[in-house]
Design a protein around this ligand. Structure first.
Ligand code: HEC
Ligand code: HEC
Ligand code: HEC
Ligand code: HEC
Length: 202
């Protein structure tokens, strides 16, 4: 019932009834009319600000200076992954010139992940298409994009912890484990599939 209501509301809100191109779907604004709650929550989150955080900008700049640029995309690959993967930045020092739509951990970045090939330093693989992966098994059709259920995006599946966890565990180029959120979760009862109260990050 709630979802039928949602569909009716979308019609009333006059949501765009055209198919988004890949480029259009990079921009979180393209999702805002139809998914206003998700957009609002994301807009107030650290994911939205990850590449604007002044502390981040200062630390990345200092890291580049102290390593003569050898730090490369290490930091920015997690704080603005779309900008790196599209070749808009290689070191995060030119963010003033990068389109705001590509900064931070964006809707498109998360919702087009098709595989996770590792457990730290953002090993997420993007499909590069317009199919939005999520936790809804039978999503309603919509004009803007195809939808697909994915275990990596469904909090009821423990596999979904890899999507979050592999970007939340940081190992520096020198091999120091700076953040171990995912590794720590894996050692808890929450990660044990035989435990009835197991819980993913989501
Ligand atoms: C593997 C992905 C990844 C890499 C690489 C990475 N970060 Fe982060 N960064 C994160 C995550 C995740 C958080 C949030 C951690 C938390 O609060 O649990 C974060 C948080 C931060 C914060 C926020 C601290 C605060 O409280 O405001 C700063 C600043 C920061 N990172 C700077 C950097 C710098 C500089 C580098 C490179 C030396 C870097 N990060 C590399 C994922 C990454
Ligand atoms: C024209 C309106 C419209 C636009 C624009 C739109 N969506 Fe959707 N989206 C929908 C509808 C309708 C559903 C189905 C919801 C349901 O079944 O409850 C949906 C479903 C989803 C799902 C769930 C898929 C699943 O199977 O779990 C995700 C994720 C998603 N959209 C992300 C996005 C993102 C990201 C954008 C922006 C790039 C976006 N959407 C733009 C209308 C839209
Ligand atoms: C850090 C990764 C991440 C970002 C960034 C993100 N999402 Fe999601 N989103 C998820 C995950 C994971 C779920 C599934 C949660 C669950 O299982 O209930 C989800 C759920 C959804 C759903 C409902 C479908 C479902 O699976 O229940 C929609 C719609 C959606 N997101 C849209 C958006 C939009 C629009 C943005 C940007 C404004 C956005 N998301 C940003 C990870 C993300
Ligand atoms: C592309 C890498 C990436 C992915 C994937 C990712 N995150 Fe994050 N996350 C970050 C970064 C970077 C920050 C910190 C931004 C900052 O403070 O500058 C962050 C911050 C957060 C914070 C705020 C932490 C704090 O101390 O304020 C939470 C909570 C969080 N992420 C949860 C999740 C969850 C849940 C998922 C999976 C659905 C997820 N993240 C997926 C990179 C990622």
């Amino acid at each position: 019932m709630k979802r039928l209501l949602f569909a009716a509301l979308l019609l009333l809100a006059g949501c765009p009834s055209f198919e988004l191109s890949v480029e259009q779907s990079w921009d979180p604004q393209a999702c805002a009319d139809c998914h206003p709650d998700h957009f609002r929550e994301w807009s107030g989150s650290m994911h939205a600000y990850a590449a604007e955080d002044p502390l981040f900008l200062a630390m990345n700049r200092r890291g580049q200076e102290e390593t003569d640029g050898e730090l490369g995309s290490f930091c920015i690959d997690c704080h603005a992954p779309m900008a790196v993967r599209l070749g808009e930045t290689v070191d995060g020092l030119n963010l003033d010139e990068v389109d705001d739509a590509l900064k931070g951990v964006t809707c498109y970045y998360c919702h087009t992940v098709s595989a996770v090939e590792g457990d730290h330093n953002n090993p997420l693989v993007g499909a590069g298409d317009t199919t939005m992966r999520g936790g809804i098994a039978d999503p309603l059709d919509n004009a803007a994009h195809p939808s697909q259920h994915s275990d990596l995006h469904d909090r009821r599946s423990l596999d979904s912890s890899a999507l979050c966890g592999s970007c939340h565990d940081i190992v520096t180029p020198a091999g120091v484990a700076l953040e171990r959120t995912f590794a720590e979760w894996k050692e808890t009862l929450f990660a044990d599939p035989s435990n009835p109260s197991a819980l993913s990050c989501g």
